[in-house]
Design a binder for this molecule. Structure first.
Ligand code: NAD
Length: 251
C-alpha cells in the first residue's frame, strides 16, 4: 500500500476490533490520520486517535466527530462499520430490541455521516463506506432483525450516494460474508459443545470453504475509500467467497 491517504483524515466506527480495526490499520499504513470511534477506544491501533463513542447516542457521536475534526483539521473519510448482531425469526425480538439494534446498526450511519457532513463538504476527496452484509440480500435463516438492518444500510448507501454525488462525496458499501472476527468466534465458542468441530463445519458451509478474513474486507473498504477511486459511488461490493455473485444460499 502506498501513501495514497497522506494528508487525509478518516473516522472509523467500531475500529477497535475485527473488520474496523483492520481498516484503521490499513488507513494508517496508507498515511491517513485515523480516529477510531468505539465503545472500547483503548483497543484501537496505537497510532490512531481513540475516542470513546456510543454510535447509538447522538450527543456522543457529535462530540466524537467534532473531537476528530478538531484534532486533525477536518474529516475526509467516514467508515460506518460499528454493528452488533441479532438472532431469531420474526417473533424473536421485542420492540426494545428492535429499537436498540436499529439504533446501533442503522441510525448510527445517519448520525455519524450527518455529523461529519460539513467537513466532508469541504474535502476534495470525500468518501463514505458503510459495512452492510451478505445478510442484506441472502435471506439468512434466523436473522430477521439483523438482515433488516443490513438491508437498510444497503439502500441508505444508494440514496446517500445519489444525494451527494454532485457535491463530490462518494458513498459505497461492502457486503461481507461470515468473517473470522472476535464477534463470530465468541458466538461460536459460546454455543458450541465442540468449537473446533463447529468451526470446521462453519468453514465448510462457505462457498470457498473458509471464513472471510477481516483483512480482505478491510482492503475492499480501503479500496472504496481511496481518492484513486473518484468515479466509484453508489456500489456495494461483496466480499463473501462468491455467495452473492454465484447466487448461493448459505448451507
Ligand atoms: P466486532 O464485534 O469484532 O467489532 C465491532 C466493534 O464495534 C467493536 O470494537 C465494538 O466495541 C464496536 N461497537 C459495537 N457497538 C458499538 C456502539 N454502540 N458504539 C460504538 N462502537 C460500537 O465485529 P466485526 O465482526 O468486526 O463486525 C464489524 C461490522 O461488520 C459490523 O457492522 C457487522 O455487522 C459487519 N459484518 C460482520 C460480519 C462477520 O461475519 N464478522 C459479516 C458481515 C458484516
Amino acid at each position: 500500500m502506498n501513501a495514497e491517504f497522506s494528508g487525509l483524515t478518516a473516522i472509523v466506527t467500531g475500529g477497535a476490533s475485527g473488520i474496523g480495526r483492520a481498516v484503521a490499520e490499513l488507513l494508517l499504513e496508507g498515511g491517513a490520520n485515523v480516529a477510531v470511534l468505539d465503545l472500547n477506544p483503548t483497543d484501537a491501533p496505537e497510532q490512531a486517535l481513540g475516542l470513546r463513542c456510543d454510535v447509538s447516542d447522538r450527543a456522543s457521536v457529535d462530540a466524537a466527530v467534532e473531537a476528530a475534526a478538531q484534532e486533525y483539521g477536518g474529516i475526509d473519510i467516514v467508515i460506518n462499520n460499528a454493528g452488533i448482531g441479532a438472532q431469531g425469526q420474526v417473533d424473536a425480538n421485542d420492540d426494545d430490541e428492535w429499537d436498540r439494534v436499529l439504533s446501533v446498526n442503522v441510525v448510527s450511519v445517519a448520525r455519524v455521516t450527518a455529523a461529519a457532513l460539513p467537513h466532508l463538504r469541504r474535502s476534495d476527496h470525500a468518501a463514505v463506506v458503510n459495512t452492510s452484509s451478505v445478510a442484506a440480500t441472502a435471506g439468512l435463516p434466523d436473522r430477521v432483525l439483523y438482515s433488516a438492518t443490513k438491508g437498510a444500510i444497503y439502500s441508505m448507501t444508494l440514496a446517500m450516494a445519489a444525494d451527494h454525488v454532485r457535491e463530490g462525496i462518494r458513498v459505497n458499501a461492502v457486503c461481507p460474508g461470515t468473517a473470522n472476527t472476535p464477534w463470530v468466534m465468541k458466538g461460536l465458542m459460546a454455543k458450541a459443545e465442540d468449537p473446533a468441530e463447529e468451526l470446521r463445519q462453519l468453514n465448510a458451509r462457505q462457498p470457498h470453504g473458509r471464513l472471510v478474513e477481516p483483512a480482505e474486507v478491510a482492503r475492499t473498504i480501503v479500496f472504496l475509500a481511496s481518492p484513486l477511486q473518484g468515479s466509484t459511488t453508489g456500489t456495494a461490493l461483496a466480499v463473501d467467497g462468491g455467495m452473492q455473485g454465484l447466487r448461493l444460499r448459505p448451507q
